[in-house]
Ligand binder design. Sequence first.
Ligand SMILES: Nc1nc2c(c(=O)[nH]1)N[C@H]1C(S)=C(S)[C@@H](COP(=O)(O)O)O[C@H]1N2
Ligand SMILES: [Mo]
Length: 201
Amino acid sequence: MSIISRGFRGRRRTPEVAGRIPPGQHLVNDFPVLSAGPTPSVPLDRWQLAVEGAVATPRRWSWAEFQALEREPVTADIHCVTTWSKLDTHWEGVSLDLLLGEVDPSGSHLLAECHGDYTTNLPLADVTGGKAWVVDTYDGAPLEAEHGGPARLLVPHLYLWKSAKWVRRLSVLTADRPGFWESLGYHNHGDPWKEERYWGD
Ligand SMILES: Nc1nc2c(c(=O)[nH]1)N[C@H]1C(S)=C(S)[C@@H](COP(=O)(O)O)O[C@H]1N2
Ligand SMILES: [Mo]
């Protein structure tokens, strides 16, 4: 038993695991909290998700309406620019393919806006095709407020600052516009496999 657990917790990684850790990242087992400001408290009876901007038919969902949308389980590896990565995280939520399909977007980019004024920008190509969700469940339980509950964006193929917590509006843009960290020197795109950490990377 002790031999098994020592081997399991040891520093050596199987090639399978090692191949899932982007350059400059290390594995963590806990789930660090990174927020630029205080955790907002968002009562569910006032919660809304708006998808609007350069779209044919802007939409808003109440919490009850959002719960009635088709949901997907998501298992994903997540990577924070501060160098921690976490493998096989389990979430549940609504695909951005579904949400954007409801509004008929005509733009090229998305700006995610949050309670607490955080924003982040993404090309539409990075949030369509099964790559992004608005999630409200982590590990089978309602998403904790410090991790973005009631609901957050999840875009696991990009550094985690793109996964906006406490999301309230997804605005389709006809031109790119840097968000909070992108205006402060973080890379505009944020692909962990290319180490797109800061402007100029
Ligand atoms: N609204 C909002 N979303 C946010 C942030 C934030 O400060 N505010 N921080 C980002 C950063 S830098 C990271 S690494 C992740 C952290 O998510 P976690 O706290 O659930 O680990 O959330 C991202 N989403
Ligand atoms: Mo971050």
